[in-house]
Design a protein around this ligand. Structure first.
Ligand code: NAD
Ligand code: GLY
Length: 358
């Protein structure tokens, strides 16, 4: 088992990564505080893992809140449902919310934990690759609004992240591919070595070789933990983690969160960011080609023809990184080096979006 730490002073917490750790009652007992535990999951993940997880926490009062599955359900009414269960069961401030699932469950359970009695403890138990490398770490919680993605939320750090890599055995291949987009993201923004490793080991990851997955998860979490430790509230450096997200969120919102997976949209979005960087002269054409090839091999989309360019540009305007009316973008100075800027010609952004959209 690997243990990393997100260093945030009194709110520091461990990320534990291992195969089968959800079957270790002593470990769970150590990392899930409180007698009262609300297990939040969804209709797909709960039947797979909730019963065995609850069985590993003897002596606790365990109540379940099972939500509908999917990004379209990452809404305030569903957070409200979690809060209703906490209230109905008279859970106090010393309870713990356990988020068992992918990023959708994790973001909503974390937001409910942030709101309930002004903040209770929660533990992330991520079961998708995307959640294991990204959403379970860093304390961003929240929901979508009809007007835009993740527009409502709070920063609230978990008390632990417990990643059992065995849960990936049941993950649909399309979801595994979507998670790989976020791993590629870490290579692009910070670690050319990881990027090269991905080029050499992508087939092993797609074949779910445990060692390869463990390496990708560990390195991704190391990078995310470092960045969050330095910039928890995204005053600066943390914005780099949004590479591809302004483009990607526009795809997701324009398609009502119904057809594109988050990771797929981020993948296509990263290629648009790389392509715009090439137009601005900060990225070499060869590097953009390398990215396209890697995304292709990962089975991720490299264009978004189903979304009209004008619709995408409209949705980009409500991105959270808009500052003084200007869309700030994460762009690249080559593989392994990202930067945030509002300084680019509008025409170049428009031309890039037009080149990838319908
Ligand atoms: P998801 O939570 O919808 O999970 C994907 C699908 O896989 C769902 O159908 C889910 O039920 C199913 N599933 C989950 N684990 C499974 C398993 N082990 N076996 C079989 N099926 C399983 O999607 P996701 O990709 O995990 O997360 C995407 C969400 O995460 C988005 O809402 C995105 O905004 C958010 N996100 C948040 C952060 C953050 O920092 N908070 C970072 C990145 C992404
Ligand atoms: N996924 C972006 C962040 O956590 O900051």
């Amino acid at each position: 088992m690997d243990t990393l730490t997100v260093e945030l002073g009194a709110r520091s917490y461990p990320i534990l990564i291992g195969a089968g750790l959800l079957r270790d009652p002593a470990l769970l007992d150590r990392h899930v505080p409180g007698r009262d535990v609300l297990l939040v999951s969804n209709t797909v993940v709960a039947p797979l893992y909730a019963k065995s997880l609850a069985g590993m926490l003897p002596g606790r009062r365990i109540v379940e809140a099972i939500l509908p599955d999917g990004e379209a359900h990452k809404t305030l009414p569903n957070v409200s449902r979690i809060l209703d269960v906490l209230v109905a069961n008279r859970f106090g401030r010393d309870c713990t919310v356990v988020a068992l699932g992918g990023g959708v469950v994790g973001d909503m359970a974390g937001f409910a934990a942030a709101c309930y009695q002004r903040g209770v403890a929660y533990v992330q138990v991520p079961t998708t690759l995307l959640a294991q490398v990204d959403s379970s770490v860093g304390g961003k919680t929240g929901v979508n609004h009809a007007g835009g993605k993740n527009l409502i939320g709070a920063f609230h750090q978990p008390t632990a992240v417990l990643t059992d890599t065995r849960t990936l055995e049941t993950l649909p291949l399309r979801e595994l591919r979507a998670g790989l987009a976020e791993v590629i993201k870490y290579g692009l923004i910070r670690d050319a070595g990881l990027y090269e490793w991905l080029e050499g080991n992508l087939d092993r990851l797609l074949a779910r070789e445990p060692d390869a997955l463990a390496h990708a998860i560990r390195r991704s979490c190391e990078i995310k933990a470092e960045i969050v430790g330095r910039d928890e509230r995204e005053r600066g450096e943390r914005a780099l983690l949004n590479l591809g997200h302004t483009f990607g969120h526009a795809i997701e919102s324009a398609t009502a969160y119904a057809t594109w997976l988050h990771g797929e949209a981020v993948g296509a979005g990263m290629l648009m960011a790389a392509s715009l960087s090439r137009e601005l002269g900060t990225m070499r054409p060869k590097e953009v080609d390398r990215l396209r090839t890697l995304l292709d091999r990962a089975g991720l989309p490299t264009e978004a023809r189903d979304v009209p360019a004008e619709a995408a540009l409209e949705h980009m305007k409500i991105d959270k990184k808009v500052k003084d009316g200007r869309i700030r973008l994460v762009l690249l100075r080559g593989i392994g080096a990202a930067y945030v800027t509002g300084d680019y010609p509008d025409g170049a952004l428009r031309a890039t979006v037009q080149a990838y959209h319908g």
